[in-house]
Design a protein around this ligand. Structure first.
Ligand code: C2G
Length: 439
């Protein structure tokens, strides 16, 4: 009996896939199809896959062409499979020509002609062409524009480089909204409320650098308008979409380090601050620039029902009193949390989640990491985790936004409650009752 194996994602199964499977089957007597696991696809940079593994496997099964279906989970698995299943022929489409020649050592390798004129990417792009405008300033705007080119179906509808929409630029802003389905805002947080309000009013979906507003009421109001109009309004925090971060969150929630007692996050950076200082309105202090990221693990792990909160803010008189370093502390009924953010003060940018059975340590810069450790009293029980980080999480953020628009549903990332909690923290930070200011 000649055993044949082939692999693929088989997203939105189409004619090209079916033809490949038919010919693969004809090469032998028994066909095994390896369908890629969601994580494996993400790790190899396929971020636009629409269907989850179970659906993709079911689609392959329904063709009736596979005698056996397996899951492809890790790099190098093909060699393992070929040995384990006694495979005679490995086959794949000619788009992989030459790529799998190394398997000749284990079995015969056959490249079958790829079917021209059809692909999953094309089907996805056609379905969800999303005209996206980019408004804002600084390196973050450029990074989002670059990363958007990796997201199927996202097309740039225009860009407006301004630090904030003012009376002088409002016509340009309205003009760009008129030709877009969605807008990404990397403007100064003080202008977000007005800018988002205008966009929603025009029926435009919004992805906005967090915070979406600086008071709880404003954030609630914007979310309400978005919901009523069936529009997506998302906080953009790239870290929320970085694989290592999402995984450590799940591990922590699943009790890997026992009951969580403390979450402590530090984010600092020197870049961008001085260069913006000629334009007073454009200056973003430590809070504006970093707090949404720094408080993210706190509100995502411990929630927003803290019994008390306090902040200490060091301001820079030479920069119109902008905060250059802030420490925030939260007390929960059973836990505590703290964050430190700095714009012209440097510290170790680590994240530590302390629990009753160990702690999770994410080294600097934790907000764009591909690595973390679970550490225990007995170091033999420590575990290290590595995950692929594509585009600092921005690529996944844009793909999640695009899917949310298409499906009319909120996607993983920052929830409504977390978005509102972030706005409330900003509101309280501005209030003398919670904040001590040191000049
Ligand atoms: N295919 C084809 N013609 C098309 C599209 C795809 O013949 N128009 C083939 C591919 O060459 C592949 C199979 O269909 O052999 C599955 O394609 P994908 O789902 O795109 O999977 P792919 O990313 O090519 O994964 O380990 C994974 C494999 O290496 C292949």
């Amino acid at each position: 009996m000649v055993k044949v194996i082939t692999y693929g994602t088989y997203d939105m199964l189409h004619y090209g896939h079916i033809r490949l499977l038919e010919r693969a089957r004809e090469l032998g007597d028994y066909l095994i199809v390896g369908v890629t696991a969601d994580d494996f696809d993400r790790a190899r940079g396929k971020i636009n896959v629409e269907q989850p593994l179970a659906e993709r496997m079911e689609a392959v099964r329904a063709t009736g062409l596979a005698d056996e279906i397996i899951v492809e989970e890790y790099e190098g698995q093909k060699i393992d499979d070929i040995r384990r299943y006694n495979i005679d022929i490995f086959t794949v489409g000619s788009d992989w020509q030459g790529h799998f020649d190394y398997l000749n050592e284990y079995c015969r390798v056959v490249y079958l002609d790829r079917t021209a004129g059809i692909s999953s990417s094309e089907i996805r792009s056609k379905r969800q062409a999303l005209k996206m405008a980019f408004v804002g300033s600084g390196p973050v705007l450029d990074k989002y524009i670059v990363e958007s080119s990796f997201v199927n179906g996202m097309k740039e509808a225009g860009r407006l480089v301004i630090s904030r929409v003012t009376d002088a630029s409002s016509q340009d802003y309205e003009h760009i909204l008129a030709q877009s389905d969605a807008v990404f805002l990397a403007t100064h947080p003080d202008g977000h409320y007005q800018e988002i309000f205008s966009a929603l009013h025009r029926g435009v979906h919004v992805l906005c650098e967090s915070p979406i507003a600086k008071t709880e009421d404003e954030a609630r109001w914007l979310q309400k308008i978005a919901q009523e109009r069936g529009l997506v309004l998302m906080d953009a925090i790239k870290t929320a979409h970085a694989m290592a971060y999402t995984r450590l969150l799940l591990l922590a929630k699943a009790g890997t380090v026992g009951r969580i007692v403390s979450v402590d996050a530090t984010c600092t950076g020197m870049s961008g601050f001085r260069s913006h200082c000629t334009d007073g309105d454009a200056v973003q202090g430590a809070m504006d620039y970093w707090a949404p990221t720094a408080v993210l693990p706190i509100v995502q792990l411990l929630g927003d029902s803290f019994a008390s909160e306090s902040y200490v803010s060091f301001t820079d008189a030479a920069q119109k009193g902008v905060d250059m370093f802030v420490r925030g502390s939260f007390e929960y009924p059973n836990a505590v949390a703290s964050f430190k953010v700095g714009r012209t003060v440097k510290s170790e940018g680590e994240l530590i989640i302390s629990g009753t059975e160990g702690y999770i340590y994410v080294p600097a810069p934790w907000w764009k990491t591909d690595y973390f450790e679970v550490r225990r009293e007995n170091a033999d029980n420590n575990r290290r985790y590595f995950f692929q980080l594509d585009g600092e999480g921005i690529r996944n953020q844009l793909a999640a936004f695009s899917r949310a628009v298409e499906r009319g549903a909120r996607m993983p990332g920052v929830t409504l409650d977390e978005s509102i909690a972030i706005a409330r923290i900003f509101e309280h930070f501005c209030c003398a009752r919670f904040t001590k200011t040191i000049n």
